[in-house]
Design a protein around this ligand. Structure first.
Ligand SMILES: Nc1ncnc2c1ncn2[C@@H]1O[C@H](COP(=O)(O)OP(=O)(O)OP(=O)(O)O)[C@@H](O)[C@H]1O
Ligand code: SF4
Ligand SMILES: [Mg+2]
Length: 379
């Protein structure tokens, strides 16, 4: 069981921006969270909400044009955003390993898989050099690559997609890291292999107590694997809680919408999935107030002017949400339980203030999606 008194990684008020010709893309906006020893923490949210940039920032891997503009990432008392590059390189791979979505681009095509796994161990000096060879085979066996002692000599192109992903996991685990970050580790794989890889991550977490951050679009996977969940929207955390709190009692309208758009086994086949209306905001110039206001069925006037802060929901301080209304009130006052029209403002009947509509119409920089504009114009 995870020890929730002991954070192994503390992210505090992290901000990361990309300085582009069009302006500052604030991709991560004041993100704070803890990862506890032995837990699996899920990060979910639509494409572009800042999941990858958050974890890349933790490891100092933000791409060109990108810069951490504030905050701290504390690991064993050290701020990873401040330590020298060579020290950070040692933390990466030795203490915190990362598995990416596309293993082909992370494996060197001209070196054998075994050589690359061995190299990862030689680079960090955690494993005794005499043991490295044998450990390479053991690791491949551990991640269930069949005939590991022979296949370890193969080159990446001789491995299937699923095996390459396993080889990446083996490499990630080679130095017995405390933390494993998996960013969409199974997206490129077929469903059966996905299930095997996820089972592997679960075993790893349970058997070795490695803490895992798992980023995925698949909420079903999160429900099955993660003890806690972070929901991100437009570069911010909008809700955080235990898996049970998030799935059974979501309090942010965005989380509620995400869960409604998720396929359920008990849903009749003819019932269509309810996608979330509109698109995520422009991260250079998001709307004033709550960034979900152009799409939110439950918005109230205050949502257009004031940005809510993350606050505890109910009695349990592990469950926090960033919303003026929250679903408890939406159920009680806005008929959320029986809501079929989920268009922006549908439940509350609140339209955006006229001044905002005019400002958007005048703006050349902002080009909100047509649906949101239609709505903002009150059509
Ligand atoms: N190199 C870059 N230059 C400019 N903007 C970038 C760059 N990399 C990411 N961004 C922007 O940062 C935001 C967050 O991107 P990020 O990759 O973290 O999204 P994500 O949540 O991981 O999405 P996905 O689910 O599609 O992987 C996006 O709006 C993206 O356009
Ligand atoms: S109710 Fe308001 S604050 Fe809450 S998510 Fe909707 S727009 Fe944002
Ligand atoms: Mg991503």
């Amino acid at each position: 069981m995870p020890d929730i008194t002991k954070p192994i990684l503390e992210v505090k008020n992290l901000r990361t921006s990309f300085f582009t010709d069009d302006g500052e893309v604030k991709a991560v906006r004041d993100v704070s969270f803890d990862l506890y020893e032995g837990e699996t923490l899920g990060i979910v949210g639509e494409s572009g909400c800042g999941k990858s940039v958050t974890v890349m920032s933790i490891l100092g891997l933000v791409q060109r044009l990108g810069k951490i503009t504030g905050g701290q990432v504390l690991f064993r008392g050290k701020d990873l955003t401040k330590i020298p590059a060579d020290e950070l390189r040692h933390v990466r791979g030795r203490d915190i390993a990362m598995i990416f979505q596309d293993p082909l681009s992370s494996l060197n095509p001209v070196l054998s898989v075994g050589y690359q796994i061995d190299e990862a161990m030689y680079a960090h000096d955690v494993i005794k050099h005499d043991d490295i060879r044998a450990r390479g085979v053991d690791l491949l066996e551990e991640v269930r690559v069949p005939d590991a002692s022979r296949r370890i000599k193969d080159y990446p192109h001789q491995f299937s997609g699923g095996m390459r992903q396993r080889a990446m996991i083996a490499m990630g685990l080679s130095n017995k890291p405390k933390v494993l970050i998996a960013d969409e580790p199974t997206t490129a794989l077929d469903v059966t292999v996905q299930a095997q890889i996820l089972e592997l991550l679960r075993d790893l977490n349970q058997n070795t107590g490695t803490s895992i951050i798992l980023i995925t679009h698949n909420l079903g996977v999160v429900a099955g694997l993660c003890q806690r969940v972070i929901v991100m929207y437009a570069g911010e955390i909008v809700e955080e809680g235990t898996a049970e709190q998030i799935f059974e009692n979501p309090q942010h309208p965005y989380t509620w919408s995400l869960l409604r758009s998720m396929p359920r086994v008990d849903t009749s086949r003819r019932e269509r999935l309810k996608s979330i209306e509109g698109l995520p905001p422009d991260l250079i110039a998001p709307p004033p107030g709550c960034k979900f206001n152009p799409r939110c069925p439950f918005r109230i006037e205050q949502c257009f002017s004031d940005d809510p802060t993350l606050e505890t929901v109910g009695d349990d301080d592990r469950h926090i949400a960033k919303c003026w209304v929250r679903m408890k009130r939406a159920y009680a006052e806005m008929g959320a339980a029986t809501l079929t029209d989920t268009r922006p403002g549908a439940a509350s009947g609140v339209r955006p203030p006229k001044t905002l509509v005019e400002k958007l119409e005048d703006s050349r920089e902002i080009e909100p999606d047509t649906e949101a504009v239609g709505d903002l114009r009150g059509s």
